[in-house]
Ligand binder design. Structure first.
Ligand code: SF4
Ligand code: SF4
Length: 407
């Protein structure tokens, strides 16, 4: 088993009601059956099963992400108790390095929360959509009021007390990259994880013949690379490392497991965009081992096939080592399961080409030494069009399809 990270859904409700939220507003309504907060019985099961998993697979590192809904809706006592229970686990697994982070909407952050993060070495990440206008368009409370002002306060406090602010931002192409960039500079953030919106082939809202996301990312990249005091942007750093042979990071997500508030073991949240109940496996941490997910159809696909089984077009694509077919959710269609190129294929070619060509221009010696060629976007797109993706054998299609359990 290759996962080494658990996302714990500590709270199943949220104090915000963002219009694009995959938990509440993208068709999956299973949260309504969840308890509001994770119980101590489930916490005990999580720690016990994690211990067994680490011992069985001899893991050296393991990370927990506190998530929700909004994880700060749970009490501070919840986290204090969790971390005290965790200490016993750490004593039994002294050689293992553990990491903790928490993904919050930032509205409730105050000095007491920051003291708790510091005490237990928990790294906070805050979701912000760039400018006040962009943020308040989507990230609203249950009365429709924008949350930017409160979040700005939370980020400033983090910066002051922890000297580090890490942000997750869903790309909104309606907003200008320069304005979004300037807004994050004003916030003095250190790290912004720009996220390509989660759509499948069934609900893709962009014009397929255009490259709206790539054009936006290219503009942002050019602003970022020219700024000598730039903050970190993982989507750019991953690609640069790849070209400079500094690491194996790519545009793909890492493999993680999710533990729902009631203990259900699931695959990543982004797959909720595939439909109601899609991430359900029928497993629960109270009765199952973590690795049991390997025997479910969804788990098999996610943990075994994700990087190895690509559709015909991706397998023939000259950019497949960098792109790896894009993210799993972006490949999905009701008709063919995950046996598709990314719905953002044209964007990925355009964006990867821009970054690679930039670096070849800056480091011509790399071009010669590493045999890295400039990319002609039109040439690749025309070549990809010649690959017939409809000829996949039935057997191959079968291996990509996932039983869509509607619970
Ligand atoms: S803050 Fe997160 S969980 Fe809450 S509504 Fe917004 S996207 Fe959903
Ligand atoms: S660029 Fe398109 S065809 Fe190539 S690997 Fe990525 S999604 Fe597949």
């Amino acid at each position: 088993m290759n996962f080494n990270s658990l996302v714990l859904k500590i709270a199943s409700r949220c104090n915000l009601n963002c219009s694009y939220c995959f938990m509440y507003n993208l068709g999956d309504t299973t949260y309504k059956k969840q308890p509001k907060f994770m119980s101590s019985k489930i916490v005990d099961a999580v720690l016990e099963k994690t211990k067994r998993y680490i011992q069985r697979y001899k893991k050296k590192e393991f990370s927990f992400t506190f998530h929700g809904g909004e994880p700060l809706l749970a009490s501070k006592e919840f986290y204090t108790t969790f971390m005290h229970k965790f200490k016993k686990l750490q004593e039994e697994l002294k050689e293992v390095s553990f990491f903790f982070d928490i993904q919050t909407n930032g509205v409730l952050i105050d000095e007491e929360w920051i003291d708790l993060f510091k005490e237990f070495n928990i790294s906070p990440g805050i979701s912000v959509d760039g400018t006040p206008k962009a943020h308040d368009m989507f990230r609203v409370d249950h009365k429709g009021k924008g949350s930017y002002a409160e979040v700005f306060k939370g980020v400033s406090l983090l910066k002051k007390e922890m000297n580090y602010a890490s942000i997750a931002c869903v790309i909104n192409t309606k907003e200008k990259p320069q304005e979004i960039y300037d807004s994050f500079k004003k916030m003095k953030v250190d790290h912004v994880n720009f996220l390509i919106p989660d759509y499948t082939h069934d609900n893709f809202p962009f014009d397929n013949s255009k490259t709206e996301i790539a054009d936006w990312l290219v503009e942002l990249f050019d602003i970022w690379i020219d700024d000598t005091e730039r903050f970190k942007i993982p989507i750019f750093i991953g690609l640069i490392n790849n070209f400079l042979r500094l690491g194996k990071e790519s545009l793909n997500e890492s493999t993680v497991l999710v533990i729902e508030t009631n203990g259900e073991i699931e695959a990543i949240d982004s797959l909720k965009a595939c439909g109601h109940g899609f991430t359900k496996t029928g497993l629960n941490i109270a009765n199952n081992e973590l690795e049991d997910i390997e025997n479910t159809s969804l788990g098999k696909l996610y943990f075994n096939d994700f990087n190895t089984k690509l559709c015909t077009q991706c397998r023939e694509c000259p950019l497949k080592e960098v792109c790896k077919g894009g993210r799993l959710v972006h490949r999905y269609s009701r008709e063919k399961g995950f046996n598709n190129p990314s719905v953002y294929c044209r964007d990925l070619v355009t964006f990867i080409a821009h970054v690679q060509n930039y670096f070849i221009k800056c480091f011509p010696e790399m071009h010669a030494k590493e045999n890295v060629e400039p990319i002609d976007v039109n040439e690749i797109i025309e070549y990809l069009k010649t690959i017939d993706i409809g000829v996949s054998k039935e057997k191959e299609l079968e291996s990509f399809s996932v039983e869509n359990k509607v619970l």
